[in-house]
Design a protein around this ligand. Structure first.
Ligand code: C2O
Ligand code: CU
Ligand code: CU
Length: 466
């Protein structure tokens, strides 16, 4: 062997094998429980023409998709076959942050197993993902390959009358990668400051894969599983992107945007109306996040070939989630500053509770990036409704769990602390920054009967409509 693979050869070789990298989603049978096993292990896998040692879930890059129906309980027996401790985080899901659910304070030692168990919340179907969350080891474990998509299906996908049910539904986990010789490039000291990036963009483990649409309507569930790379996505033909959901939550109605900045950990569901003749190419434009970023060797993210000529027409839905009332009156305000390796001036300390909140209340947080590069804010368990950026109202109603701030920016968010209680974290989702201290602990206590003027039902009014 010992063959050298230049950029052109890699692209040509991958183009030929790219078909099939992006499988359509399959719904699990309608049962109360879904029982699955998953492990994290060290394997050698073909990547960019080399056999590279990676750390993978189920031996796959990305990890196998976890697909559930709303209301289904997942029983996931997880085994750690890595040489160091790890655990799982189910990013974006409003499930308990405690016990056997989304408990990131657990530590599963090498060689041991742990069974996670939680129920996919009803009314919150969407695109999520899973990745390791052992503090201090998150960035290197993710960089080595540990991440996978997680999809909850709901009435929009399962009711055969819904246009979304007739869409060609594809999960696409994006990340970048860099090799040094025949192995994955290790973290260099400066990577902890910048966040680790590489010049190759992978969509489901391949460079610029090609897929054949099976329907005139394609739904792309994009997950940015990169450690640090922000993706500025657009169509190569210059036409607008049609957004259906952000961070797992359907928008009121499809929303057209010229381009989309998808920062690490964010998800976006795109709807593409295909014609029988045109191919659609998705590209990633260069984005300046305040630190030098290696340019991508290819701006192509993926390419979609037109569906068969006899594929039935599927209308673009006019309404998705429909209008949702704002979460309710704000009862408490806080300011949180983000800077290199600190939140509110303090680095993370395990065990210290930085914020105490109460279930059944709505808080408005003012996030301020006082640093010199982009940072993102991510809160576990409770999603939020962005209110404004730099004093200007948010352009359209949405729910997010991760939001980006450029240097100097101020973003206000409303967080309804609905239902779940317990202790978890919020942090910058540039994985290296979180590991180095841009993380804090929040503890949400139960609603107090004498001080809970907002009922959780009112906060939780997310009508489900087509
Ligand atoms: Cu993807 Cu603490 O999160
Ligand atoms: Cu998370
Ligand atoms: Cu950061």
């Amino acid at each position: 062997m010992g063959a050298m693979f230049g950029r052109r050869e890699v692209l040509a070789g991958l183009g030929a094998t790219g078909l099939g990298a992006i499988w359509p989603l399959a719904a699990p049978a309608a049962a109360e429980r879904v029982v699955r096993t998953l492990d994290a292990r060290v394997v050698r896998r073909r990547l960019l023409g080399r056999d590279v040692a990676l750390w993978l879930y189920g031996g796959r890059l990305p990890g196998p998709p976890l697909v559930l129906r709303e209301g289904q309980t997942l029983e996931l027996r997880f085994t750690n076959r890595l040489p160091e401790p790890t655990n799982l985080h189910f990013h974006g899901l409003r499930i308990p942050p405690t016990g056997r659910a989304d408990n990131i304070f657990l530590e599963i030692p090498p060689g041991e197993s742990f069974t996670y168990e939680w129920t996919a919340p009803v009314g919150e179907a969407g695109t999520y993902w899973y990745h390791p969350h052992r503090h201090g080891l998150i960035a290197t474990q993710m960089w080595r390959g540990l991440a996978g998509g997680l999809v909850v299906l709901g009435p929009h996908e399962l009711d055969p009358q819904s246009p979304l049910a007739r869409a060609d539904d594809r999960l696409v986990v994006l990340r970048d990668v860099a090799l040094a010789g025949a192995e994955l490039a290790p973290h260099a000291p400066r990577d902890w400051h910048k966040g680790k990036e590489g010049p190759w963009l992978l969509a489901n483990g391949r460079v610029a894969p090609v897929l054949r649409a099976r329907s005139r309507l394609v739904r792309l569930r994009l997950v940015n599983a990169a450690n640090a790379r922000s993706l500025r996505l657009a169509r190569a033909d210059g036409r607008p992107l049609v957004l259906a959901a952000l961070d797992g939550h359907l928008l009121a109605a499809p929303q057209e945007v010229e381009e989309l900045l998808l920062v690490p950990a964010q998800r976006a569901d795109l709807l593409l109306a295909m014609t029988p003749t045109e191919r659609v190419k998705l590209i990633a434009r260069h984005y300046n996040r305040g630190v030098p970023t290696p340019r991508l060797h290819s701006s192509r993210v993926l390419e979609i070939l037109p569906p068969p000529a006899d594929a039935p027409a599927v209308p673009l839905p006019r309404v998705l989630a429909g209008h949702r009332p704002p979460p309710g009156p704000v009862m408490r305000r806080r300011t949180l500053t983000l800077a290199m390796f600190t939140l509110n001036g303090r680095p993370y300390r395990p065990g210290r509770v930085d914020i105490r909140a109460q279930a059944g209340t709505v808080e408005r947080w003012r996030l301020v990036n006082v640093g010199t590069m982009d940072h993102s804010f991510h809160l576990h368990t409770w999603f939020f409704r962005p209110v404004s950026r730099n004093g200007r109202p948010w352009p359209f109603d949405c729910r997010l769990d991760t939001v980006n701030l450029r240097p100097g920016e101020v973003v206000e968010i409303d967080i309804p602390f609905v239902r779940e209680t317990g202790r978890t974290v919020y942090h910058c989702h540039i994985a290296e920054h979180g590991d180095r201290g841009m993380m804090g602990t929040i503890e949400v206590g139960p609603a107090l009967p004498w001080s809970a003027p907002v009922s959780t039902d009112a906060i939780c009014a997310f009508p489900r409509r087509r």
